[in-house]
Write a protein that binds this ligand. Structure first.
Ligand SMILES: *[C@@H]1O[C@H](CO)[C@@H](O)[C@H](O)[C@H]1NC(C)=O
Ligand SMILES: *[C@@H]1O[C@H](CO)[C@@H](O)[C@H](O)[C@H]1NC(C)=O
Ligand SMILES: *[C@@H]1O[C@H](CO)[C@@H](O)[C@H](O)[C@H]1NC(C)=O
Ligand SMILES: *[C@@H]1O[C@H](CO)[C@@H](O)[C@H](O)[C@H]1NC(C)=O
Length: 438
């Protein structure tokens, strides 16, 4: 997949990376919608691909050519089904004098990434060469990558082209360390073996590292910078990661913004603050990176910028070159997303007096007795309890309040606190209306 990030655009084609967890039905829908001409498949996923091609055949859609990426020692063409190619042998038939087919316009598409999980209406996010170029360089800047970084791939390359670091790591002459399966043991082993400098991952990956058994952990002699996004990491995870030798940075974006759009620049003066206050500041989504023209919190009706008071909520909106070109073959969804001249993220946020933003997803807001409650904020409090491993807070219908917060909590092994104690803990650390009732 890494090689194809270069080969496909240089052949004048468009790359569509596919999530390795998709099933045949979903893959067939995406192959049809994207009108794919060639399908490259890792040997581990061949059955899924075959299933998808069978489904395509039933709908009379012309199937793409299949190129199998086999294990290195298994590239003999004899093991290949007729009509399919084997990747390494296929490369050998390539023309060394091939002239790169550059885009006619820098706004030509370079990739498409399907976001919706439903088979009914796939949403293909289109990236342009210009946007990918700008976001790659910006991502390198915000990761603080100097020359020749060693990047451990715990972010899948099918997530926004690896947050554009597929291209970015190459721009800095970096080394890519890829894992077939991600586990804490493998992460620590590879960090030490290859002197990894950077990595990334959703908070789940951080949680996995923090919760790993001591026997899987290895001392890290040089700090590894790890970027996380998706949802803000809880303070305890921040501290524990730092203890283990990682430096955690936090970014925010969507597939539609080529992955990273904003990031939380850590100010030196925060270092002297109490730890909990520090991690609250660090958990914010921050400000836009260099390649993005603008991000703002606007009232979705009036399109006016909300005051920077840390209280008034609005919708996070983006504009600039690192915002998608549109949804492939879906003008209506594209027009809705860009109504008012901004890309509407669907995420709610507030703006702080220092310009940094804080967000919660639309669905993450509970309205209880007319008050807005951020589920993320309540979850943060749970993570402050020493017995809690994971917490998720959702809205529960309530006849009197409309909605009340309800928490699902996973305790650490061997602990035995009960619900009442946890609810009390929340009431001690939050305004009472924000504390879960159940
Ligand atoms: C596109 O990227 C998103 C994350 O940005 C990922 O969740 C999704 O699975 C990707 N789509 C496909 C079809 O792989
Ligand atoms: C990692 O760093 C150590 C110490 O500087 C060095 O001896 C080793 O060769 C490095 N390993 C790699 C793969 O670069
Ligand atoms: C944390 O580790 C324990 C024991 O190793 C395991 O049972 C649990 O599933 C882990 N939790 C997460 C969130 O990885
Ligand atoms: C709650 O959020 C909505 C949507 O942003 C806003 O209109 C409303 O004024 C907020 N209510 C309070 C009490 O802050």
């Amino acid at each position: 997949m890494y090689e194809l990030h270069f080969a496909v655009p240089m052949a004048g084609a468009i790359l569509c990376t596919l999530n390795t967890r998709l099933d045949s039905a979903m893959v067939s829908v995406l192959l049809a919608h994207s009108e794919a001409k060639v399908l490259f498949v890792d040997h581990g996923l061949l059955e899924i691909a075959r299933g998808a091609l069978d489904l395509l055949a039933k709908t009379n859609t012309k199937p793409p050519i299949l190129v199998l990426i086999s294990e290195r020692d298994d590239s003999s063409p004899t093991s290949i089904v007729p009509g399919t190619y084997e990747y390494e042998s296929f490369l050998e038939t390539g023309d060394v004098g091939f002239e790169i087919r550059r885009p006619k316009s820098e706004l030509d598409p370079i990739s498409v990434n399907y976001t919706s999980g439903t088979t009914s209406r796939p949403k293909g996010v289109v990236y342009s060469h210009r946007g990918a170029y700008l976001n790659s360089l910006s991502t390198v800047f915000l990761h603080g990558m100097s020359s020749m970084p060693v990047y451990l791939w715990t972010v899948p390359m099918f997530h926004c082209n690896g947050w554009c670091l597929t291209w970015g790591v190459a721009a800095q002459g970096g080394t890519n360390i890829c894992l077939r399966n991600v586990s804490p043991k493998k992460i620590f082993e590879n960090i030490v073996l290859h002197n990894v400098t950077h990595m990334g991952g959703a908070p789940t990956v951080l949680n996995m590292i923090v919760n790993s058994s001591v026997s899987d952990q290895k001392p890290i002699s040089r700090k590894v910078t790890i970027f996380t996004g998706g949802s803000p990491p809880p303070p305890q995870i921040f501290f524990k990661m730092e203890e283990l030798g990682f430096s955690v940075n936090h970014l925010y974006g969507l597939t539609e913004t080529y992955g990273p759009g904003t990031y939380c620049v850590l100010k030196p003066e925060w270092d002297s603050l109490p730890p909990l206050q520090q991690s609250k500041l660090k958990a914010r989504q921050g400000t836009q990176h260099l390649g993005l023209e603008d991000v703002d919190i606007l009232d979705p009706i009036t399109m006016e910028s909300v005051p920077a008071d840390g209280k008034t909520m609005g919708e996070v909106m983006f504009r600039g070159n690192t915002v998608m070109s549109g949804y492939f073959k879906d003008l209506q969804a594209t027009e809705e997303a860009f109504k008012g001249g901004w890309f509407r993220s669907g995420d709610l946020a507030v703006k702080h007096p220092d310009g940094y933003r804080n967000k919660g997803r639309l669905k993450d807001i509970i309205i209880s007795g007319g008050e807005n409650i951020s589920t993320v904020e309540v979850e943060m409090v749970f993570y402050g309890h020493p017995e809690v491993l994971e917490a998720a807070v959702v809205a529960r219908p309530d006849n009197h309040w409309g909605q009340t917060p309800c928490a699902f909590v996973k305790l650490k092994e061997g602990s035995c606190v009960d619900a009442q104690e946890l609810i009390r803990f929340c009431r001690d650390h939050l305004p009472h209306y924000m504390a879960p009732k159940q």
